[in-house]
Design a protein around this ligand. Structure first.
Ligand code: DQA
Length: 150
């Protein structure tokens, strides 16, 4: 049991379209499917999971600010903002808890503009390339680390 562990999962632009969005790259699962899997894992461990998706940079920055003092961990798939957003990087840098960057696809196998992440330098870990399983791996990794720290 990892009681009272609070995880905030943040999903960026266009991830609300998973399921129909470029299925050859991202697969057929919807974001709701991924949320359900992560929620089931968290419930079994008595951890809380907040799950948000936004297409807006400002909303995501505000969400990270509001997570200070509330969330222990942030799991973030910043989607396209990964490659562009200094504001997002700065928001993650001010969050004192631990942070995991997630991507469904292996961005390093794709276009060169996806090879650079603005946020990798301010997070604790990165999971990418496992499709929907990337989220599950991040959540399981967090819970395992919390268990070891008990
Ligand atoms: C993504 C990869 C990004 O380059 C892209 O802009 C996305 C999704 C992924 O999960 O593989 O929207 O973050």
């Amino acid at each position: 049991m990892t009681a009272s562990l609070n995880i905030m999962a943040i999903n960026g632009p266009n991830l609300n379209m998973l399921g129909t969005r470029e299925p050859d790259i991202y697969g057929a699962d919807t974001l709701a499917d991924m949320e359900a899997k992560c929620r089931a894992i968290c419930e079994a461990e008595a951890a809380t999971l907040d799950w948000i998706q936004s297409n807006g940079e400002a909303e995501i920055v505000t969400t990270i600010q509001q997570a200070v003092g509330r969330a222990d961990w942030i799991v973030i798939n910043a989607a396209a903002l990964t490659h562009t957003s200094v504001a997002l990087r700065d928001a993650l840098a001010l969050f004192p808890g631990q942070k995991i960057e997630v991507h469904l696809s292996n961005v390093h196998k794709r276009e060169t503009f996806r090879h650079h992440s603005m946020i990798s330098a301010v997070v604790d870990g990165v999971v990418l390339g496992f499709g929907p399983m990337s989220y599950v791996m991040a959540i399981r990794g967090i819970l395992e680390m919390a268990r070891e720290a008990e």
